[in-house]
Design a protein around this ligand. Structure first.
Ligand code: FMN
Length: 165
């Protein structure tokens, strides 16, 4: 198995983090991976807010309480959809999904753990992030060195998913 396929196979959602800081060059590499995702008509509708300050992490953590992930992660990247940049809602959302998965795989490949947190208390979170009027929260991705090794989550067998014609 090559390293891309192995990363896809071995990445897990990590929800517990060590307090060790994440090196700035690794954060940059994760953002770069997001930036290089495909998007319909190459519209690149993603925007990122990197949450690193203790104050903002605490503020966000009060809104996103699940497992204290956001408060305890040294870095959280919020992915926003710039609604003025895209051209088709479904395709824009698909592009954002590709962008998020690129970032999860990049984090994993750098020895980091991350979790995709779907939309929660959007208005309040957007306010804390300083999102602009035309930006919509898509997901939060807390990132840090893993403090857990979660077991594999099952996947449906291929033969229940695939039809060949
Ligand atoms: C659209 C989407 C929303 C998700 N939202 C959450 C969430 O709010 N909280 C959470 O802990 N995990 C969330 N996850 C992570 C999934 O629970 C996880 O990917 C799934 O259980 C499979 O586990 P794995 O990532 O370890 O393979 C989300 C994943 C996706 C793709």
């Amino acid at each position: 198995m090559n390293e891309v396929l192995r990363a896809i196979r071995e990445r897990r959602s990590i929800r517990m983090f060590k307090p060790d800081p994440v090196e700035p060059e690794k954060v940059e590499a994760i953002l770069e991976a997001g930036r290089w995702a495909p998007s319909g008509r190459n519209t690149q509708p993603w925007r990122f807010v990197v949450v690193e300050s203790k104050e903002k992490r605490e503020e966000l953590g009060r809104l996103v309480t699940q497992m204290d992930m956001v408060r305890t992660a040294p870095v959280t990247i919020a992915v926003l959809l710039d609604t003025t940049a895209g051209y088709d809602r479904v395709k824009d959302l698909q592009a954002i999904g590709a962008c998020a998965q690129n970032m999860l795989l990049a984090a994993h490949s750098l020895g980091l753990g991350a979790c995709w947190i779907g939309r929660v208390k959007d208005d309040q979170v957007e306010k804390v992030l300083g999102a602009k009027e035309h930006e919509e929260l898509m997901m939060l991705i807390p990132i840090g060195y893993p403090a857990e090794r979660p077991p594999e989550r099952d996947r449906l067998p291929l033969d229940s998913l695939v039809r060949r014609i």
